[in-house]
Design a protein. Structure first.
Length: 94
């Protein structure tokens, strides 16, 4: 592509010959759509409002064990806490 750009005469505007769609320059609408799509993909995905960010202190060995499993360790830690809650539900009248 760089070679093609260097071949373009700097004194005149680029004119598409209509032979290959791959050589066709993008229209203003296509460029705007591409930039908008790219911007939407950037950053962290929107989180659910069901979760709350906290500061939690845990033993180093516990944290090391969860992190050793690789990416997603926070989700696995959350699931472990949910499992504990299910196993320790309060019974009515207790």
């Amino acid at each position: 592509m760089l070679k093609a750009v260097k071949r373009v005469d700097r004194k005149s505007d680029y004119v598409w010959g209509g032979k290959s769609q791959e050589d066709r320059p993008a229209s203003a609408e296509e460029l705007i759509a591409a930039v908008s799509a790219h911007r939407r993909k950037r950053g962290r995905p929107a989180g659910s409002s069901a979760k709350e960010q906290i500061a939690l202190r845990v033993d180093r060995d516990v944290l090391a064990r969860f992190r050793a499993e690789g990416p997603g360790w926070q989700t696995r830690m959350n699931e472990a806490l949910k499992d504990w809650l299910r196993a320790h539900r309060r019974r009515p009248g207790a």
